[in-house]
Design a protein around this ligand. Structure first.
Ligand SMILES: O=C(CO)COP(=O)(O)O
Length: 129
């Protein structure tokens, strides 16, 4: 079964997300990716990944991903939050991280932990027969 991975980054962390995803692109291409709106657009446009895009975070994208996660449809979350900038949708951000804790879904909220989680994903090999 392909892993379904959620990728979310606040504006100040979007360059980091693009760089992270570029380095792990071969592995991410073998996963089902879901992202908040703007993060997903950048991952598509700049990394060439196929990403299911939800609403932008401030419009409810975090909540949409959190709802799917609560239904067991998300296996891993990389959520590069900006700890230095107040966010209008902070309750939504907290709800998503809380949902990860409730459902025991791995959630990396910074680059260092994201690297560790991604290193655990074993590449899926395609066989012709
Ligand atoms: O705000 C976000 C997560 O809380 C991210 O949303 P965007 O990817 O649409 O910028």
């Amino acid at each position: 079964m392909k892993k379904r991975i959620a990728l979310i980054a606040h504006d100040m962390k979007k360059d980091d997300m693009v760089e992270l995803a570029s380095r792990h692109a071969d592995m991410l291409r073998q996963c089902l990716l879901v992202a908040t709106g703007t993060t997903g657009k950048r991952l598509h446009d700049e990394v060439g990944l196929t990403v299911e895009r939800k609403l932008s975070g401030p419009s409810g994208g975090d909540l949409q991903i959190g709802a799917e996660l609560a239904e067991g449809k998300v296996d891993l979350v990389i959520f590069l939050r900006d700890p230095m900038t107040p966010q209008p949708h902070e309750p939504d951000i907290n709800a998503l991280v809380r949902a990860c804790d409730v459902h025991n879904v791995p959630c990396a909220t910074n680059l260092a932990s994201a690297e560790l989680l991604l290193a655990q994903l074993v590449p899926h090999h395609h066989h012709n027969k």
